[in-house]
Design a protein around this ligand. Structure first.
Ligand code: UDP
Length: 325
């Protein structure tokens, strides 16, 4: 590191949902952040408040086309690789880019980390568990993934990302961290992202039917973004641990319950209606977070109700909707 406390940091996906929240925290900590984003699923709005910030610079570049020279030629203390479409709707629209940004860009960033002697954090996913046969999911579970299905460009490229991080750590001594992110929600998810929380909030605030896919008995475990980012920072600065770590909230609920709760918290009269289940939709999803607790002293602290209320308030303002409908 160049100075005892201040880090020179690269954040890929800095204008995305998680990347922009992470960038805010890193700047709060006094670090210097170079962000890179293709703006395919990220948005200038997410980092608009950072315009002119003396320690933040944003480059627009698609890492699926290779690392831009202005990044390759620099050195960093920390590299955070968060760039990727991350919603089932988003990655099916950008299949090749999803594959390349998680596979090829990961390799290039690992090489940059090796050259820079940087510590690198790669954003993997609970999708590595596929439709899990073990519940809740521990990091030691190898998963049940369809390698050729409609989510495979995401699931398999994230599994490759993990393999790549381990290879560069073992063979080249790169200082790697791997997080497995479970469903995370909060302000700055794109309104048309398609992920369940933002889809239901948007529908409830507009008085439109909430579209529960399938019978709604499938489960997810929702983590508020501030808790997730706190876990990321602890993992990045944790002592030598290179295997994947689950960061997610084990508070598991059915999708139907999420619909009913969001409808009630929005004070909405919307109907709940069923829609077809997307292919390879996992039946259940719940992290075992014993490792994060023992290794990092991390556990989520924001209740689903509080997190949803904060998120609803953000979208009320963003969509310009004040009254319940
Ligand atoms: N879902 C739903 N209605 C929507 C969007 C999602 O019922 O409008 C369901 C989806 O079928 C899945 C769960 O919500 O079972 C979570 O979906 P999401 O796209 O948020 O993320 P995933 O966990 O599948 O990656």
């Amino acid at each position: 590191m160049t100075n005892s406390n201040v880090q020179r940091v690269l954040v890929t996906g800095a204008a995305g949902f998680l990347g922009s929240h992470l960038t805010d925290r890193l700047l709060d900590l006094g670090h210097e952040v170079i962000g890179v984003d293709s703006m395919i699923t990220g948005s200038a709005d997410n980092v608009g408040h950072l315009t002119g910030h003396p320690r933040f610079k944003l480059l627009t570049a698609d890492l699926a086309r290779g690392l831009p020279p202005e990044i390759k030629e620099q050195t960093f203390d920390r590299i955070w690789h968060l760039a990727s479409p991350a919603s089932p709707v988003g990655y099916v629209k950008q299949q090749v880019i999803t594959l390349k940004v998680n596979a090829i860009a990961t390799i290039e960033l690992l090489e940059l980390a090796e050259k820079s002697h940087a510590r690198i954090f790669v954003a993997s996913t609970s999708e590595c568990y596929g439709d899990p046969l073990e519940h809740p999911q521990k990091e030691t579970y190898w998963g049940n993934v369809n390698p050729v299905g409609m989510r495979s460009m995401y699931d398999e490229s994230k599994r490759f990302m993990e393999a790549a991080a381990m290879v560069y750590h073992r063979e080249r001594g790169v200082d790697t961290r791997i997080v497995r992110i479970f469903n995370t929600y909060g302000p700055r998810l794109a309104v048309d992202d398609g992920r369940v929380v933002v889809a239901f909030i948007k529908q409830a605030l507009h008085g439109e039917p909430l579209t529960v896919q399938g019978d709604g008995t499938q489960t997810r475990s929702l983590c508020y973004v501030d808790d997730e980012i706190r876990g990321f920072l602890l993992l990045m600065e944790s002592p030598d641990y290179h295997l994947p770590v689950n960061i997610g909230n084990p508070d598991e609920v059915s999708v139907m319950h999420i619909a009913e709760e969001i409808k009630a918290l929005c004070g909405s009269k919307s109907a709940i209606q069923h829609a077809p289940l997307p292919p390879d939709d996992p039946r259940q999803r719940c992290p075992d977070i014993s490792l994060a607790k023992s290794l990092l002293g991390w556990k989520p602290t924001i209740s689903r109700r509080d997190g949803l209320l904060r998120t609803i308030e953000y979208y009320r303002q963003k969509l310009g909707i004040s009254a319940a409908v």
